[in-house]
Design a protein around this ligand. Structure first.
Ligand SMILES: O=C(O)c1ccccc1N[C@@H]1O[C@H](COP(=O)(O)O)[C@@H](O)[C@H]1O
Length: 242
């Protein structure tokens, strides 16, 4: 595990456009243009990772698969791909993009045997997104309850899951700050690295998440704060570099 917090700028795609949602709710989209332009901008600004999400696939309203494949293929940086990866076919298509890893959400709640199988087959290429309201997990575009955080975490740990992406749904897209206590609690419950997601609004928020690196936080997804120019990616990378 690195000592420096990794930053993963997010490009969430709905209907072919880069968007940000509020608390993951469909219908709250603000559009930020072409996904490829956004991804290339974060790469040029020094990003080492991109968190790339097919929101239509997550909500079950369609697919941006070809677009995400093109975006991933045009980048030199590492890509974490998510949204709608729920079976062998969608996983094979996701991995064939050349992404570094995929992030499974709904499947980890609804298809535990399949997830155990793909963790065993693909190891570090599989992360699981733990998207929570309180300690209740949410799936299917964050519209459906899917079990208790610490029960599912214990099961996935036992199956060898390599890493978790932990999102406080009620903070996501709100610019209200990360849920540091949730991150601490998850880190205390697992020895696997955790990627923080949801709520980042300022450089101080990133510095606060960076203090949790010794506890097991490996990275942080940054979305709306970058698109709304609360700070630049260059400033964010500098803020977590020491
Ligand atoms: O990122 C979001 O804003 C988001 C909002 C609503 C649903 C999902 C969202 N994000 C990503 O989608 C995966 C889950 O997809 P699936 O359940 O596996 O189809 C989740 O981990 C987030 O990365």
């Amino acid at each position: 595990m690195t000592n420096r917090l990794e930053l993963l700028p997010a490009v969430d795609v709905r209907d072919g456009q880069a968007v940000r949602l509020v608390k993951g709710a469909s219908g709250t989209e603000t559009s930020f243009g072409e996904p490829l332009a956004a991804a290339l901008a974060w790469q040029s600004a020094g990003a080492e990772w991109l968190h790339l999400v097919d929101l239509d696939a997550a909500f079950g309203t369609g697919s941006n698969r070809e677009l995400l494949r093109e975006v991933t293929g045009r980048l030199d940086i590492k890509v974490e791909l998510s949204g709608g990866i729920r079976d062998d076919e969608s996983l094979a298509a996701a991995l064939a993009t050349g992404c570094t890893r995929v992030n499974l959400g709904t499947a980890a709640l609804e298809s535990p045997e399949w997830v155990a199988k793909v963790i065993a087959e693909h190891g570090d290429q599989i992360a699981v997104g733990l998207d929570v309201v309180g300690t209740t997990l949410r799936g299917r575009g964050w519209t459906r309850d899917g079990g208790q955080l610490y029960d599912v975490l214990a099961r996935l740990d036992a199956e060898g899951c390599a890493r978790y992406v932990v999102t406080d749904v009620n903070r996501d897209g709100t610019l209200t700050g990360p849920n540091l206590q949730l991150l601490r609690d998850v880190c205390a419950a697992t020895d696997r690295p955790v990627v923080a997601s949801g709520g980042v609004s300022s450089l101080d928020d990133l510095r606060a998440i960076a203090t949790l690196v010794p506890e097991g936080v490996e990275g942080s997804i940054v979305g709306k704060a970058l698109y709304e120019q609360k700070f630049t990616l260059e400033e964010a990378l500098e803020a977590v570099s020491r």
